[in-house]
Design a protein around this ligand. Structure first.
Ligand code: FAD
Length: 470
């Protein structure tokens, strides 16, 4: 007799054809693997639907057989959100990667959810436009995953998070029906904002299949500098000065501690130190403008001159070529990889009001040193958004496993301080499985009740990405 799950798998195979599914070991190993190695997937089948209709029908088959579905994009997420259990079905959107329409008059792009972020940036650039979402994994993450996690990245200070860049969505619901919320409307106050419910829901409410995104004029000028600052307070003063004196041309403003910079330039190949003397705190600042006549190099030179005179900056260098600019960004973006060369790291993706960042850093580093003597703090991140990747590298003389055993106690210490400062325990990476219990710990009873009520209303049988977020 055929088991109900086997019957469902036969139906799915029949629906999707040979290219639309795989049970091969190699394929499953790739898609079950989670880069951080904290969560292991166990799916024995992965689906690769090619159209919204196929996603809808596949979800309906799974619903009819009481099988849970886990959506997966580029599998670059940091919270174990795209990991499926043994009895679940993994559904990857990679075959749905078309740019459906690019409308240069409406400044919009309508894309399928499996489109790689970089391919959307490139398509916009071909029309002299900009899609500003930008992050280290842009060559492999999918726009569906970006929207499901409400990704942040490098340009949030100027353009906002993924949520701010979306006009409409098409979503397959847990019963297999399709909500067509694709729209180019800039204004629409007709009822609850369903679009925003699905953005940041990490695949627990619906599977995003298409999106209409906002585009912007492409910057004609970019000026980038590396600056040594005395302290995080000085970095924030520099940021405020830069915003005021450049007509808000700041497109990125990243803070790094000296240890993070040193690891990057020491461990990663072909990187050049931007400044001769060592410093405790570094800033990467980038200005952009789409006004043809702007002279951003002069603007940035004047800004840094004022910052040196006012004691905000100790030293600075401006990128004089695209190669130099790439070198600066490679130092910043290489930090997580470089950290791996120094042993185990315990990471926190947190945010506080921008003005509270210095307090967070001082209190967090002191508390971590009290808890684990010899611990090496490695904070860096999007300080202009109040978002710090508050990472900690293991003490030199400790075994990695012994250090990682402190994961939860260090989380508690840092998240308590974040909470005390009115911050968030997840700034841009989401909740997934990694922070599900932390969310339950820190969210108010009212917030948790509302989150659970929304999940129960849209997915009453808990069929989509169960065990994640709430
Ligand atoms: P996945 O990892 O496949 O999935 C993430 C979550 O979204 C899962 O819960 C999954 O179920 C769900 N999901 C995926 N596709 C869909 C869909 N179509 N519909 C519904 N749910 C779906 N993140 C930032 O925010 N800012 C950064 O600066 C940043 N930098 C990074 C740098 C590196 C080197 C790496 C490896 C990651 C970085 N990330 C960053 C994290 C990650 O890239 C983002 O979270 C990204 O948005 C995830 O996209 P993905 O396609 O890989 O999604």
């Amino acid at each position: 007799m055929t088991r109900p799950r086997d019957a469902a798998i036969l139906e799915l195979k029949d629906l999707l054809g040979p290219k639309g599914w795989s049970m091969e070991r190699d394929v499953l190993e790739t898609h079950n693997h989670e880069a951080r190695g904290k969560f292991e997937g166990h799916a024995d089948i992965i689906l690769f639907p090619a159209t919204t209709d196929e996603v809808a029908k596949a979800v309906a088959i799974c619903a009819a057989h009481a099988i849970a579905v886990v959506p997966q994009g580029g599998n670059t997420g940091r919270c174990g959100g795209a990991v499926a259990g043994q009895d679940q079905v993994l559904l990857n959107l990679k075959r749905m990667n078309r740019i459906v329409e690019l409308d240069a008059r409406d400044f919009t792009a309508t894309v399928e959810a499996g489109a790689i972020l970089k391919s959307i940036q490139d398509a916009a650039e071909e029309h002299d436009l900009l899609f500003p979402l930008s992050l280290g994994a842009e060559g492999s993450c999918q726009i569906g995953g970006n929207l499901a996690t409400n990704a942040g990245g490098l340009n949030v200070i100027r353009y906002g998070n993924a949520r701010d860049l979306v006009l409409g969505l098409e979503v397959v619901l847990p019963d297999g029906s399709i909500w067509n919320g694709l729209s180019k409307l800039r204004k629409d106050n007709s009822g609850y904002d369903l679009r925003d419910l699905f953005i940041g829901a990490e695949g627990t409410l619906g599977i995003i299949t298409k999106a209409t995104l906002k585009l912007f004029p492409r910057p004609k000028h970019i000026a980038t500098a590396w600056v040594a600052v005395a302290s995080p307070e000085a970095a924030l003063d520099l940021l405020a000065l830069a915003r005021r004196t450049t007509g808000d041309a700041v497109a990125a403003f990243e803070l790094m501690c000296g240890f993070a910079h040193d690891m990057s330039v020491t461990h990663l190949p072909n990187l050049t130190r931007p400044l001769a003397s060592p410093t405790d705190w570094h800033v990467l600042i980038e200005l952009t403008s789409s006004r043809p006549k702007d002279d951003l190099q002069s603007l940035l030179t004047d800004l840094l001159g004022d910052a040196m005179e006012g004691g905000l900056a100790r030293d600075a260098t401006l990128a004089q070529s695209d190669a130099q600019r790439k070198n600066l960004w490679a130092i910043r973006e290489g930090i997580p990889e470089a950290q791996g060369f120094e042993g185990g790291s315990i990471k926190h993706d947190v945010s506080v009001p921008v003005s509270a960042v210095p307090d967070l850093l001082t209190r967090g580093m002191a508390a971590a040193r009290d808890l684990i003597p010899g611990i090496r703090p490695c904070p860096f991140g999007h300080v202009g958004d109040g978002n710090i990747h508050f990472n900690f590298t293991q003490p030199v003389d400790m075994e990695k496993a012994d250090y990682l055993a402190h994961w939860e106690s260090l989380n508690r210490v840092i998240h308590d301080i974040v909470s005390d400062l009115g911050g968030s325990i997840s700034a841009e990476h989401g909740i997934g499985q990694l922070k599900r219990d932390e969310l339950a710990h820190y969210a108010s009873a009212e917030k948790l009740k509302l989150l659970r009520a929304v999940k129960a209303a849209i997915d009453p049988d808990n069929r989509l990405n169960p065990g994640k977020v709430v």
